[in-house]
Design a protein around this ligand. Structure first.
Ligand code: IPM
Ligand code: MG
Length: 353
């Protein structure tokens, strides 16, 4: 297969993990005889610095001309504490999602047998926890009408029936491929937008009789996720709730540096870690490249290249088992491995297997 990949490294630790994601992608492609080309493009603070726009037109064009985008991270502390900044790195990510029509963000939450003890939750609770959060990505408060005044400000949590229906279809399809259990997470006891979600889901559930549908308020879901994470198989929720719940989900795995995601919809799909740009770690060679490398596995799997994805997952498991781990997940007294060393170890493992 021929794969044209747009590489959007972005800010902070983005460029370091991007290099490792690219190397893993290349190693797997070489092994399976795929032809890959890469085009790098600017996004986030890096793009603001270079051309004054966090998602430049040229980057948009490179994305639309590619088969997939391998994205790393955006965000820069220069903007975080400056409420007067009119342009922010995060807008680049949001513009990319919106303009590429990426309404479905697939965020698997899984555990790694060798890392169970790293979860702040007790081991018996998290063992074998394995669910997918399907986060709506181009609607809700992130994109609704806003007003930002000195005395009053608001964001509008708007959803249309069509937006809700298309994300629910994605979620039902995932549920059908998995354990056939869908939890629709909302706040229908308070929010009108949530009641639309619930109405649409109740109308659709009859079309998927093989899937058990249940409904849960988001506050309860946040509690249930840490009380009994194994309860969940597929959860579907709106943009803001999904943002919050997936950070919570990363605690189940033990580190934010482990979780990949896929953003799909009408345009070029994007594969990205769920973590941010961790500016404090920039250039220190300590960031975990696994979320980025596992995003590459999701990229292959998106194109039906299951063996390729599986080889990456095996390489990642092997690196964890061999204690080739970045500092935040390394065992006490274990050897120091940086972003680069972990990435290089994984590439070697792929080449040798
Ligand atoms: C995420 C991130 C982004 C979001 C930020 C960086 C805009 O937190 O992908 O979860 O809020 O969607
Ligand atoms: Mg987030």
């Amino acid at each position: 297969m021929k794969l044209n990949i747009a590489l959007l490294a972005g800010d902070g630790i983005g460029p370091e993990i991007s290099v490792q994601g690219r190397a893993a992608l290349q190693a797997v492609a070489a092994k399976f005889g795929h032809e890959v080309t890469f085009r790098e493009a600017l996004v986030g603070a890096a793009a603001i610095d270079a051309v004054g726009n966090p998602f430049p037109e040229e980057t948009y064009n490179i994305c639309t001309e590619s088969d997939a985008v391998l994205f790393s991270a955006v965000g820069d502390p220069r903007y975080d504490n400056d409420p007067t900044a009119t342009v922010r790195p995060e807008q680049g990510l949001l513009a990319m999602r919106k303009r590429l029509g990426l309404f479905a963000n697939i965020r698997p939450v899984q555990t790694f047998a060798s890392l169970l003890h790293l979860s702040p939750l007790r081991e018996p609770l998290v063992r074998d926890a394995d669910f997918v959060c399907i986060r709506e990505l181009t609607g809700g408060m992130y994109f609704g009408e806003k007003h930002e005044g000195a005395e009053v400000a608001w964001d509008t949590n708007k959803y249309t029936r069509a937006e809700v229906e298309r994300i629910l279809r994605v979620a039902y399809q995932y549920a059908q491929m998995r354990r056939k259990h869908l939890t629709v997470v909302d706040k229908a006891n308070v929010l009108a937008s949530s009641r639309l979600w619930r109405n649409v889901a109740q109308e659709m559930m009859g079309e998927y009789p093989d899937v058990q549908t249940d409904f849960m308020y988001v506050d309860n879901a946040a509690m249930r996720m840490i009380q009994e994470p194994r309860f969940f198989d597929v959860m579907v929720t709106e943009n803001t709730f999904g943002d919050i719940l997936t950070d919570e989900g990363s605690c189940i795995s033990g580190s934010m540096g482990l979780l990949p995601s896929a953003s799909t919809g009408t345009g070029t799909p994007v594969f990205e870690p769920i973590h941010g740009s961790w500016p404090q770690a920039k250039g220190k060679n300590i960031a975990n490249p696994l979320a980025q490398i596992l995003s590459v596995a999701m990229l292959f799997e998106h194109f039906g290249l299951v063996g390729e994805g599986s080889l990456i997952r095996q390489a990642v498991d092997a690196s964890l088992d061999a204690n080739v781990r970045t500092p935040e997940i390394q065992v006490a007294g274990g050897q120091h491995y940086g972003t680069r060393e972990v990435g290089e170890w994984i590439v070697r493992w792929i080449e040798e297997h």
